[in-house]
Design a binder for this molecule. Structure first.
Ligand SMILES: Cc1cc2nc3c(=O)[nH]c(=O)nc-3n(C[C@H](O)[C@H](O)[C@H](O)COP(=O)(O)OP(=O)(O)OC[C@H]3O[C@@H](n4cnc5c(N)ncnc54)[C@H](O)[C@@H]3O)c2cc1C
Length: 384
């Protein structure tokens, strides 16, 4: 799949200017991803997928993002759903007391992904951001399942996904936050609100929800698992974006080299040092992402693994923004014209630090930990 990602990246890059300009979803990129079997990347081979672990996913995400960060970012949302589902091992299920039906439903969702379905994430809300403990979308039990009602925002791929991971809290017990996988269709309405500075092609619109789903839609089969999963497996919620933004940063360096070569400016000392510093910064961030990913595969949930997850997200976000800004400055005003690759990459890279966990939140988490506190409980506001 890594070779296939490298093959597709130039195709994505060729389409990126148009979808960024118009703020439209990269439909053709997603057709390519489906045709090449990417939606089953992290699904076990026994269920028809590619069986990739977190490190392999991170390598693929980096390559896709070198083509188009927006495409890689939406794909990341899907991979974080399938990856987190795979992360619920039979042993963990036994420990948590998850019912057998929930594991059968998990396998059906994963098989569907391997067969070409893709999932979006509808977690964030206006006013609450991605903090699960503050969301206002609710659900209640009915005779035939659950009734979910509320509104989401920043839902990448809204209107194009086959199903949506929707976070909601129990109407009669607000402390219980659960996640449901809800198929696209009646009961879900997209409001086209996404017109942003960067990552314009992600189509991260608002989603209005008023839907009844069967019991099998409740992930894990037990209510109230969402916050626990966020703390136990932060890599899919915190660090999976990191590889995307390092890929965007590398694309900015490549675009600057091409621009400067074409303009005959490669002899300038200031240009050379900017390229050199950017190259070193991108590789350092990439190494941090790979180290985090390696540890996630080897020791998920380990204290040192968690530290690396937060470090990787922090370094990827800040490096992408700094490198893209420096590359634009090296390339000069001509690279600032609308439609220039560097102009788009500069804006896309800006989003890295803002995605959860934001760079500031990552730094706070690491700082509290380094100072001997409990980073999950010791922030000024709940982490999730
Ligand atoms: C390109 C893009 C695509 C996205 N796609 C999706 C998607 O598909 N699905 C989805 O659900 N969401 C998505 N999001 C939303 C995103 O992931 C966040 O939920 C959202 O950006 C948070 O919104 P907010 O504006 O409320 O900012 P917040 O993240 O709430 O940040 C506001 C400020 O508060 C600070 N802050 C936040 N939490 C804490 C804390 N615990 N402690 C201290 N300070 C804190 C931040 O650092 C920041 O300064 C996407 C975002 C972007 C940029």
């Amino acid at each position: 799949m890594l070779d296939e990602a490298r093959r597709l990246a130039p195709r994505f890059a060729a389409r990126a200017a148009a979808t960024d300009r118009d703020g439209t979803f990269p439909v053709e990129d997603f057709a390519d991803l489906r045709a090449s079997g990417f939606f089953g990347l992290t699904v076990p081979s026994t269920l028809g997928g590619g069986g990739a672990g977190f490190a392999e996913y991170a390598d693929v995400a980096y390559e896709l993002a070198r083509g188009n960060g927006a495409t890689a970012l939406v794909f990341n949302m899907h991979a974080s759903v399938t990856g987190a589902l795979v992360g619920v091992s039979d042993r963990m299920a036994e420990t948590l007391g998850l019912p057998h039906e929930a594991l059968a439903a998990r396998d059906e969702h994963l098989k569907a992904a391997a067969a070409g379905s893709w999932y979006a994430v509808a977690m964030s809300e206006r006013g609450a951001g991605s903090r699960l403990s503050e969301i206002s979308t609710t659900y209640r039990r009915t005779e035939d399942g659950y009734r979910i009602a509320g509104a989401k925002t920043f839902c990448s791929g809204a209107g194009h996904a086959d199903a949506y991971l929707i976070a909601a809290r129990a109407e009669d017990d607000p402390a219980q936050v659960s996640q449901f996988l809800v198929p696209a269709g009646p009961g879900l309405r997209v409001e086209e609100t996404w017109d942003s500075l960067g990552m314009r092609a992600t189509g991260s619109h608002d989603l209005h929800i008023d839907v009844t789903v069967p019991p099998a839609a409740l992930l894990g089969g037990v209510e109230g698992l969402a916050l626990m999963v966020a703390q136990l497996a932060p890599h899919w919620m915190v660090a999976s974006y990191a590889a995307v933004y390092v890929g965007v940063a590398r694309a900015a360096v490549d675009a600057a080299v091409a621009h400067l070569t074409e303009r005959g400016l490669t002899h300038l000392p200031s240009v050379r040092t900017r390229i050199g510093r950017a190259d070193a910064a991108v590789e350092a961030a990439h190494l941090a992402v790979r180290e985090a990913a390696r540890r996630v595969d080897e020791k998920p949930g380990d204290a040192e693994t968690k530290r690396w997850v937060w470090r990787a997200k922090l370094l990827a976000g800040t490096t992408a923004a700094e490198v893209a800004a420096s590359m634009l400055e090296a390339a000069g005003t001509s690279a600032m014209r609308r439609g220039n690759q560097l102009e788009r990459l500069y804006r896309d890279a800006r989003a890295g630090s803002l995605q959860p966990a934001t760079s500031d939140v990552c730094a706070d988490w690491l700082g509290v930990e380094a100072l001997g506190g409990d980073p999950d409980a010791g922030g000024v506001t709940p982490r999730w």
